[in-house]
Design a protein around this ligand. Structure first.
Ligand code: SF4
Length: 359
């Protein structure tokens, strides 16, 4: 990591497990632990846009919620502007949270249906600037509407009177009302039609450019990260398996899973584009993750080492690291230079049950 960077938000070796009571959500009757996030480390610097990609259910949204401290990690630390916020509570946590915002996939469910746009924005602004009233408040609201491209005539309308794209604009205006340092956009355009998707992405680009807010984009779509993000992290079954500057990741992906994602989503062949059927097998259940490298049942390069030893993050270029035991040249794999068995640790034991949050 560059020492001169101003780090806004950071997860350090963060894990999150749930007791098996969550099994009903995965459709499984199995008892055990759901390891939603497994020793994930990720930082987002001031003014930076970072992408977090992976198949649904891989733990991206959980990691996002951990960064905002909407959840408490089972293990590891969450830092915000260099301060450890892992275990703070109450008013101190609320004060921190105001500087971090989230834009959700479904804007309709994130807006209060009984609130007009004016109510929504007034509530958000006055939570941040308690003394702002009258003309100054109205001017602030008008500036926010202008920034997100909504007319002032929207003020006394309720969410149901807007299209999906307009609702997302209101949600963005609300998140900007508190002048945040960090915004997580969790699938911000997935629920929108194509035209609205383009408009909202352009809006988020201009917000990022003008306000220099740090963004984490949680998406399943490689095209969105290519457009929006300086750096991209790839997640598979709770672990971040590769992280690199986005250009570099697209030019020289190092992890077989990153390669498969690129191939499935960016291929011109529509049969390959929308799914991961290039990979043998289904994504494994987080209730019963594979030993060693979680990707080993689907990886074409699997061997005994992959099945038994957990790959650790290792650098493969400037600001580029990967969690795989091997390097690849075409279809040929080889052991990386200078990395040998001592750097590879056996599967860690699951966390103690006492540390698990039951839901
Ligand atoms: Fe594939 Fe082995 Fe690398 Fe995992 S560690 S991605 S199974 S080659």
């Amino acid at each position: 990591m560059n020492d001169t960077l101003e780090i806004i938000s950071e997860a350090v070796e963060v894990s999150k497990s749930y007791s098996s009571r969550l099994g009903f959500q995965t459709g499984s009757t199995k008892k055990g632990l759901v390891q939603a996030v497994d020793r994930a480390s990720l930082y987002i610097a001031a003014g930076e846009s970072v992408g977090l990609v992976g198949e649904s259910g891989c733990g991206k949204s959980t990691l996002g919620r951990l960064l905002l401290r909407l959840e408490t990690p089972t293990d590891g630390d969450i830092l915000f502007q260099g301060e450890d916020i892992t275990r703070i509570k109450g008013r101190r946590l609320r004060r921190k949270r105001r500087q971090m915002q989230m834009i959700f996939q479904d804007p309709a469910s994130s807006l209060n249906p009984r609130f007009t746009v004016e109510n929504t924005l007034t509530e958000a602004i006055t939570a941040h600037k308690k003394n702002l009233r009258g003309r100054a408040l109205k001017a602030h609201i008008a500036a926010l509407l202008n920034m997100v491209g909504l007319p002032v005539s929207s003020l006394d309308r309720n969410p149901h009177q807007f299209s999906g794209g307009e609702k997302q604009r209101i949600a963005i205006a609300r998140s900007l009302a508190v002048e945040p340092k960090f915004i997580i956009a969790d699938e911000p355009v997935t629920a929108l039609d194509l035209a609205s998707q383009e408009q909202i992405l352009s809006l988020l680009e201009s917000v990022q450019r003008e306000l220099k807010v740090a963004f984490l984009f949680i998406v399943h779509d490689m095209k969105t990260v290519r457009r929006m993000c300086n750096r991209t992290a790839v997640m598979y079954l709770g672990r971040i398996v590769e992280c690199a500057p986005t250009d570099l990741l697209f030019k020289t992906p190092k992890h077989p899973y990153t390669n498969a994602l690129m191939l499935s989503q960016l291929s011109k062949n529509p049969d390959l584009r929308e799914n991961l059927h290039l990979l043998p097998g289904e994504p494994p259940s987080p209730l019963d993750p594979p030993t060693g490298c979680h990707f080993h049942p689907r990886c074409p390069y699997t061997d005994m080492r992959c099945k038994t030893l957990v790959p650790q993050p290792r650098p493969v270029g400037e600001n580029h690291w990967v969690r795989c035991h091997y390097d690849f040249e075409g279809n040929q794999k080889s052991a990386p230079k200078g990395i040998d068995a001592p750097d590879l640790v056996p599967e860690k034991k699951p966390p103690k049950r006492s540390k698990l949050k039951k839901k």
